[in-house]
Design a protein around this ligand. Structure first.
Ligand code: NAD
Length: 502
């Protein structure tokens, strides 16, 4: 890792990223008013590569004064951004999507260095980022109100108006993708934003933000700050922020709701944790179901909020599925994210690695059987072998709590009704998987499951036009699709008396 002296602008540091480009300019400042600036205090924090445990660079940390500066910039920009011809907002998003795509290899390699995900997955993420921005670019001039017939004495109509400055706080598992899910619907509808990246993965969003000015966004529309939970708290407590959108843990989601309640009752949408059931019926295509079960839990090192982390297999095929799944899990290639055949990179941070390892130890102590994995992989980088626990009971913590790593439990069930009850017995309700060749059963079970997304004979299968969000304690509101636009608009009703003018 080469660390160069800071360039003329003190807020840029040159670093190496993977194998794609040996050097590039990494913005390390706060992005406010279309410029990268140092934090007022000059305080920075270290960003690390989780595959090598080496430092990549230092990034400026936003304190309360910096959040205030970003909010003021966004508040000023809102005046004109909310009033402009919406097609101009659309054009900026479309241009930003093009710029992201033109820089796909660079952004993907930054993501892999910072987050640890395999380069081939990062490339997919960056492609999805462009899709999301383009989709919301297309929506910008298609936000309609309605005319309501209330009789001939009045003319009644509604408008959908933006909210104002929106605070957005994102996690570290899909850093750039979450940036796009948040930015797209917010700015398409005329809001301005102050977005905080996660402390362990701030780099890709900073580089992507360097294209914002070129895409034509006026200063202050998109503002990005780096920092820890304290920075997030300044955003969620801020009296000028009208809405907060958060993705992350359920525990932090509670803090954010509390902060919204005790400050200015800002609107809140939350995309939180999950403990999603993945059900394999005895009429399923076993080979395909096992492949999807593998993707469901081990994709992105298991750091996926909707990971299929509780597998339920109908008893007739349980032994067959368990043997095939163990074999499949052991074939997953772990290692350097920049090797083209790597399927699973490291966990994104030491903190997350330690959390997962302590869940694994707890599972062993609770008496579950480790079918495979349960150990660290290698001795450098935060890698964990794909882990399967069998002989579990529903009251075990490894069955109830979100682990957010490559760890899955597998259990047996007899009947359809039994597995519906098992699947729904959770504080969460983000997603669920069903594997069956019986279409009636698929629909029946899909109707009964309490989750925001149901995947049938597939898993982790997102599309930017399809809404995503949680039941129960998995969240409030939906992202992607037309539904996300509702989070960022408020309805104004206008009623005009039109009685005869005599
Ligand atoms: P977290 O919820 O604490 O962090 C997510 C984001 O919230 C980060 O940007 C963080 O800086 C910010 N944040 C933290 N405390 C805050 C506060 N009090 N106010 C405002 N913002 C705050 O998640 P974590 O500690 O990084 O991970 C903990 C667990 O959360 C993981 O083990 C996993 O189970 C879960 N998680 C879920 C998702 C998801 O997509 N649902 C994403 C990341 C983590």
């Amino acid at each position: 890792m080469v660390m160069a002296e800071a360039t003329v602008m003190a807020t840029f540091t040159a670093t190496t990223v993977g194998t794609v480009r040996s050097r590039y300019e990494q913005p390390t400042g706060l992005f406010i008013n279309n410029e990268f600036i140092a934090s007022a205090s000059g305080k920075t924090f270290v960003v690390e590569n989780p595959a090598t445990e080496e430092k990549i660079c230092d990034v400026y940390e936003a304190a309360e004064a910096d959040v205030d500066a970003a909010v003021n910039a966004a508040e000023e920009a809102f005046k004109s951004w909310s009033a402009v011809d919406p097609s101009i907002r659309g054009r900026c998003l479309l241009k930003l999507a093009d710029l992201i795509e033109e820089n796909l290899e660079l952004l993907a390699s930054i993501e892999s260095s910072d987050n640890g995900k395999p380069l081939k997955l990062s490339r997919i993420d960056v492609g999805l980022v462009a899709n999301v921005l383009r989709n919301y670019g297309g929506w910008a001039d298609k936000i309609f109100g309605s005319v309501i017939d209330t009789g001939d004495t009045h003319f009644s109509y509604t408008k959908r108006e933006p909210l104002g400055v929106c605070g957005q706080i994102i996690p570290w598992n899909f850093p750039l993708l979450m940036w796009s899910w948040k930015i797209g619907p917010a700015v398409a509808t005329g809001n301005t934003i102050v977005l905080k990246t996660a402390e362990s993965t701030p780099l890709s969003a900073l580089v992507a933000s360097s294209f914002v000015k070129q895409a034509g966004f006026p200063p202050g529309v998109i503002n990005i700050v780096s920092g820890y939970g304290a920075t997030g708290q300044h955003i969620s407590n801020h009296m000028k922020i009208k809405k907060i959108a958060f993705t992350g843990s359920t525990a932090t989601g509670r803090h954010i709701m509390r902060a919204a309640a005790t400050s200015n009752l800002k609107k809140v949408t939350l995309e939180l944790g999950g403990k999603s059931p993945n059900i394999i019926f005895d009429d399923a295509d076993v080979e395909k179901a096992v492949e999807w079960a593998n993707t469901a839990i081990y994709f992105n090192s298991g750091e996926v909020c909707c990971a299929g982390s509780r597998i339920y297999v109908q008893e007739k095929i349980y032994d067959e599925v368990l043997a095939a799944f163990k074999k499949r899990a052991e074939q997953n290639v772990l290692g350097n994210p920049f090797h083209e055949d790597t399927f699973q990179g490291p966990q994104t941070s030491k903190l997350q690695f330690d959390r997962i390892m302590s869940f694994i130890e707890e599972g062993k102590r609770e008496g579950a059987t480790v079918i495979t994995g349960g150990t660290r992989y290698g001795d450098k980088g935060y890698f964990i072998n794909p882990t399967i626990f069998a002989d579990v009971t529903e009251d075990m913590n490894i069955v109830k709590e979100e682990i957010f790593g490559p760890v899955v439990t597998i259990s047996k069930f007899k009947t359809v009704e039994e597995v519906i009850n098992l699947a729904n017995d959770s504080q969460y309700g983000l997603a669920a998987g069903i594997h069956t060749t019986n279409i009636n059963k698929a629909h029946h079970v899909a109707n009964k499951l309490k989750a925001g997304t149901i995947w049938i004979n597939t898993y982790n299968d997102f599309h930017h036009q399809v809404p995503f969000g949680g039941f129960n304690q998995s969240g409030i509101g939906r992202e992607m699709g037309a539904e996300a636009l509702d989070n960022y608009t408020q309805v104004k009703a206008i009623r005009i008396a039109i009685g005869k003018d005599e």
